[in-house]
Design a binder for this molecule. Structure first.
Ligand code: PMV
Length: 362
């Protein structure tokens, strides 16, 4: 993909003095994980994810035309109503990274208000939903001032911009399944943007559930930037990238034929491999807590005992994502309430399910 298509050629801002975009964009959970990158946010292996629905960021940008463009990017950022220094620094870096593709950000002052649907310090990464929400707001505004930006390219551009903020954010624009990274078995797959894969999703995955156990609500002990970097000289990197490519190939078959047993095997292997990579890095990081391990063991035991299709996955943290079909939700939620809440901080968990991506609010 030639990313020059994302550089706007014909911007028309005359008469557009004040414009507001407000969008909601969800988080996503990787089935096959992205861990390791090359160059500027290019994944070392392809990843595939489910887009979520209830865990989202809502972002509003008010674009106020400057009298004279001073060539600077100016914005104010409010998180849950208050000015936020640390998010402002990240967003300033993001705007600077993408400015070639969004030259109009210099012509307007941007007032940004952003909130998350999930509790702030829940240990749930907000970078995927956060950067995708910002990106869709920018691209929606660009559609107003650039009549050449067609819908298909607009979605790709939102994914592209989101990727430059945080890799996995590029998978939050659409859904319910997204692939990011080139793979021979997926037509149109790209390292630059995430796309909806060319597969017929088996109905067993309709409204598939993701219950997130909030095992540890603290801040992660290693940032994902450092984590990706640890794969550079990792002794098992080559084998891991091969495995991810094989899993991506097999996941396509499984998502089409609905073989939940194999789905669960790949899902759990991916989660444990991600953590194994961190544990075998130099320096190493152990991101699971004792309660994480207890919860994973309890899930496996429950599955063996009941035959229910309950599987786990993990992000780069201690929280546990539980994936299962909607049709089995009653028994599984009863099990979560009875046994798994004990492993959650303040007994808290989030009920989520598959969604279709970013939505316009106003
Ligand atoms: O988007 P980043 O750079 O925060 O990386 C996220 C990586 C994992 O969440 C651990 C895996 C994934 O593919 O989402």
């Amino acid at each position: 993909m030639n990313t020059k298509i994302f550089i706007p050629r014909s911007i028309q801002t005359e008469g557009i003095e004040n414009h507001t975009e407000k969008w909601r964009s969800p988080s996503n959970i990787a089935l096959v994980k992205y861990w390791g990158k090359v160059g500027h946010q290019i994944p070392a292996n392809p990843s595939i994810s489910f887009t979520l629905k209830n865990s989202y960021t809502e972002t509003q940008i008010e674009f106020i035309k400057k009298d004279v463009s001073n060539g600077e990017i100016e914005f104010e950022l409010f998180f849950e109503g208050d000015k936020n220094e640390s998010f402002s620094k990240k967003v300033a870096l993001y705007f600077d990274n993408i400015k070639v593709y969004t030259p109009y950000t210099k012509e307007y002052k941007m007032i940004i208000h952003t909130t998350n649907s999930f509790p702030h310090s829940s240990g749930i990464a907000s970078s995927a939903s956060g950067f995708s929400a910002l990106s869709v707001c920018l691209v929606a505004f660009e559609k107003v001032i650039n009549s050449n930006l067609v819908e298909r390219v607009a979605n790709q551009k939102a994914s592209f911009l989101a990727r430059l903020g945080s890799g996995s954010a590029c998978r939050s624009i659409e859904g319910p399944v997204m692939i990011w990274g080139e793979h021979d078995n997926y037509r149109l797959s790209s390292n630059q943007v995430a796309v909806v894969p060319d597969l017929e999703l088996n109905p067993i995955f309709d409204n598939f559930q993701d219950t997130i156990l909030l095992v540890d609500k603290g801040v992660k002990s290693v940032s994902s930037t450092i984590g990706h970097g640890l794969m550079k000289n990792h002794p098992f990197a080559e084998q891991r990238f091969k495995q991810a490519n094989n899993h991506i190939a097999e996941m396509k078959t499984v998502l089409e034929n609905g073989d939940l047993k194999r789905f669960g095997e790949i899902l759990e292997s991916e989660a444990l491999t991600l953590h194994a990579m961190m544990m075998t890095s130099t320096p190493y990081y152990i991101l699971m807590k004792a309660n994480t391990v207890q919860a994973l063991e309890a899930v496996k035991e429950f599955r063996i005992k009941t035959g229910k299709n309950l599987f786990f996955t993990l992000d780069a943290g201690a929280n546990v994502h539980l994936l299962y079909p909607k049709s089995e939700a009653k028994e599984i939620l009863a099990f979560i309430e009875k046994e798994l809440v004990a492993y959650c901080e303040n007994q808290q968990y989030i009920c989520d399910e598959l969604g279709t991506g970013a939505k316009k609010v106003i």
